[in-house]
Design a binder for this molecule. Structure first.
Ligand code: ZN
Length: 232
C-alpha cells in the first residue's frame, strides 16, 4: 500500500502510519536531496559556483577542466562542512531506520544512522583512479588547483559516483527494501534507475510505502517518535 504524506494530510494519515511503524521491527528509508534542503544544502537544479549541481555529477567538466571543477568542488565542500543534520535525519537515526541515500553529504552518518548505504558515495573522500588510494576531501581545500595523488601525480576524483558510473551496493539496497515492513521515500521523486525500483520491491513484499516529499523535517519526527505509553 502507498501513502503520500504532506502537511495538509498529516493529521489524517499520521495515526495509521504511526500504528504501522510501532508494530514494525524493520524500517527502511530511501532518501534524496530534499531531506537535506532544510540543512542548507542545494538541490541538483541549483547552481554552485555558476554551475548547476547536476553538471557537478557528470564527468565531462572534470575531464575537460579539472581546475574549474575543483573550484566548484571547494565551494561545495566548504558549504557541506557547515551543514548539520536536521530533525528529519535525526528522526530516522533515533528510530533505528536503515537508510539508503542518494545524497553525498554525509548528514545521515552525522545524525548517527548506523545502517547506511550511500549509493553515490560521499564528499568526504577523494580517490586516485590509478592506485585506488583514498584521501580526505580536505586535501582539495588545502591546495590550490586540482588535488593530485602524492604518489602517482594523477588528478584525484571525488569519491562520488558520477553520472554513467554504477551506483554502489544496489543489491544490498534491494535486499533491505524487500525485507522492510515500512519503507519511507523521503525528499526524492526516484526518477533514476535502479533506485526507482526500491518502492515496488518493498510493496511486492507487503510493505507499507510512505512517501514524504515535502516538510520531512516536520513530518518524520511526528511519524517516528515513540508515543508516550500509559502504564498498565
Ligand atoms: Zn595514486
Amino acid at each position: 500500500m502507498r501513502y503520500d504524506i504532506a502537511l495538509n494530510n498529516l493529521d489524517q494519515s499520521a495515526p495509521y502510519v504511526r500504528s504501522q511503524v510501532e508494530r514494525s521491527e524493520f524500517l527502511v528509508a530511501v532518501t534524496g536531496a530534499g531531506i537535506s534542503k532544510p540543512s542548507g544544502l542545494p538541490l541538483v537544479e541549483e547552481q554552485v559556483g555558476g554551475v548547476a549541481l547536476r553538471d557537478f555529477f557528470r564527468p565531462e567538466l572534470l575531464e575537460r577542466d579539472p581546475v574549474r571543477y575543483y573550484e566548484i568542488y571547494r565551494e561545495w565542500v566548504i558549504r557541506w562542512r557547515q551543514a548539520a543534520p536536521n530533525p528529519a535525519h535525526y528522526a530516522l537515526a533515533r528510530r533505528g531506520v536503515w537508510v539508503v541515500t542518494q545524497n553525498v553529504d554525509g548528514l545521515h552518518r552525522d545524525a548517527g544512522t548506523e545502517h547506511l548505504i550511500e549509493l553515490h558515495g560521499n564528499l568526504r573522500e577523494l580517490v586516485c583512479r590509478v592506485c585506488r588510494r583514498i584521501f580526505g576531501s580536505l586535501l582539495a581545500v588545502e591546495q590550490a588547483g586540482p588535488p593530485r595523488c602524492p604518489q602517482c601525480r594523477e588528478v584525484l576524483w571525488p569519491g562520488i559516483s558520477l553520472e554513467g558510473q554504477q551506483v554502489r551496493h544496489i543489491n544490498r539496497a534491494m535486499d533491505w527494501a524487500g525485507r522492510a515492513q515500512v519503507l519511507f521515500v523521503v525528499g526524492t521523486s526516484l526518477e533514476m534507475d535502479p533506485v526507482r525500483r526500491l518502492p515496488a520491491v518493498a510493496e511486492e513484499n507487503g510493505a507499507l510505502v510512505v512517501w514524504v516529499n515535502t516538510a520531512a523535517e516536520v513530518i518524520l519526527p511526528r511519524l517516528l517518535s515513540f508515543q508516550e505509553r500509559t502504564s498498565g
